[in-house]
Write a protein that binds this ligand. Structure first.
Ligand SMILES: Cc1cc2nc3c(=O)[nH]c(=O)nc-3n(C[C@H](O)[C@H](O)[C@H](O)COP(=O)(O)O)c2cc1C
Length: 133
């Protein structure tokens, strides 16, 4: 695949990619660029849905890669609403400290990643409700 341009990534395969590196915003939330890490269940939470260091490490790696927005994997909002094993949970206040730590650590990564990100990173937690028969 041919790459050219100032950063070597503005044109990929002859297509202008510059716009992807521009700042954008979603309903007033300003984003450093237009790269988004799509919601991905990763099975890194513990047996009870608490955020683990593995959750954090994986998302920090995504932030280091330069995405402007991270959407976590689906997090279940009701105790019996889990759709997949080791899925993040967000059905009680007890889950908030772990998720806060995750978000804070990703935001702190900003200082170590200057290449693409001028405005820092944002994290969305995807809330999912699984209907059961
Ligand atoms: C392993 C895996 C886990 C995923 N987990 C979620 C999820 O938790 N929530 C969600 O909305 N989409 C989830 N997706 C869908 C992805 O976010 C994405 O929409 C899908 O892979 C299509 O992306 P693409 O068009 O770039 O191929 C998952 C996909 C994969 C492969």
């Amino acid at each position: 695949m041919e790459r050219s341009g100032e950063s070597g990534m503005e044109r990929i395969g002859g297509t202008a990619m510059k716009k992807l590196f521009e700042k954008s915003n979603i309903n007033g939330l300003s984003l450093a660029n237009r790269f988004i890490f799509s919601a991905t269940w990763d099975g890194n939470a513990d047996d009870n849905g608490f955020c683990t260091q593995r959750n954090i490490d994986m998302l920090v790696e995504r932030a280091r890669g330069g995405v402007g927005l991270i959407i976590t994997g689906m997090a279940y909002v009701q105790a019996d609403g889990r759709a997949a094993p080791w899925q993040l949970a967000v059905h009680g206040d007890e889950f908030v400290p772990g998720l806060t730590e995750m978000t804070k650590t990703v935001h702190d990564t900003q200082g170590t990643c200057k290449e693409f990100c001028v405005n820092g990173f944002s994290v969305f937690i995807e809330q999912a409700f699984c209907l059961r028969k």
